[in-house]
Design a protein around this ligand. Sequence first.
Ligand SMILES: CC#C[C@H]1NC(N)=Nc2cc3[nH]c(NC)nc3cc21
Length: 372
Amino acid sequence: HAVKYRLLKKEKHTGARLGEIITPHGTFQTPMFMPVGTQATVKTQSPEELKEMGSGIILSNTYHLWVRPGDELIAEAGGLHKFMNWDQPILTDSGGFQVYSLIENKKNITEEGVAFKSHLDGRNLFMTPETSIKIQNNLGSDIMMSFDECPQFYQPYDYVKNSIERTTRWAERGLEAHRRWNDQGLFGIVQGAGYKDLREQSVRDLTSMDFSGYSIGGLAVGESHKEMNEVLDYTTILLPEDKPRYLMGVGAPDSLIDGVIRGVDMFDCVLPTRIARNGTVMSHFGRMNIRNAQYEHDFTTLDPMCDCYTCTHYTRAYIRHLIKAEETFGMRLLSYHNLYFLIHLMEDVRQAIKDDNLLEFREGFCERYGYN
Ligand SMILES: CC#C[C@H]1NC(N)=Nc2cc3[nH]c(NC)nc3cc21
């Protein structure tokens, strides 16, 4: 496989593990958080800033880049790494979820694939497992996702059972289509909503095929934190120990730590950059919205426990002013800080795994952050 996982250490008291992911564009320590760059950019951040903050793998989206500017154009540019001037690893999602989340119910799912209208211009589009693989090959991402059917969490059992069986057939078609192309890593996506036996069936089906790694799909779609943890409790441990485990769309600081405790290695979420744009900050003392009047005369640093560029060069009053004035520099400063916060939270988590005190770390972090 072009993408490999090396298990370095298991934490003594939990399912957490320290590892590294080896890809053609570099090797990265896990557990890790991956910034999301849906349209070939992590919003407001340059590649140099992403490297400075310690970002390893970033994400982009097959669906978005297919509809605009087109995967053929990106292939013409020499692939996504060259197009966006990013020489570290890139992971691409397969499009299934973007269709599900962007297009809502105006789509028609058949065995062949998904018919829907473009969210940009209403054009009729049709995506199949083979289309998704072809697009991701054109993008040249290091880690590709299988094209999965994306059910909501609270769907009836029979619906979810049919859905995971189709996801397995689509995964097989994707693997077949991918075999004929250069060797980028391809992950299978485990589904099954909150049904234990369907999660187990999906894991059995997908681990019988030779994927480079496994994603846990169907979560962070509106279910409770407790329900997510329950699914992770019985799903993650069934996945092979010698391959990466990626929890899609997660997330908030406590969810990241809880996922690591249950054996997850990789995470992604738009949260840090999305909330930054409206002034919400992830600080060691919990979330704060910088627009709040209490910060008007506050000339202290954003987060006294953070050593990032934003926290070592600017005050709360200044950033509050920028955000209220809708100055894009304010969005850049907060996006940088929020990404830095999650990337370095994972660095602290890796240290806690080395020290076998992840549960104590979780206790201290959540207490200071203000989680109940
Ligand atoms: C149902 C399903 C499913 C998963 N399938 C694929 N391909 N990508 C995902 C991306 C996600 N982002 C979030 N939350 C923000 N949950 C996700 C789940 C998936």
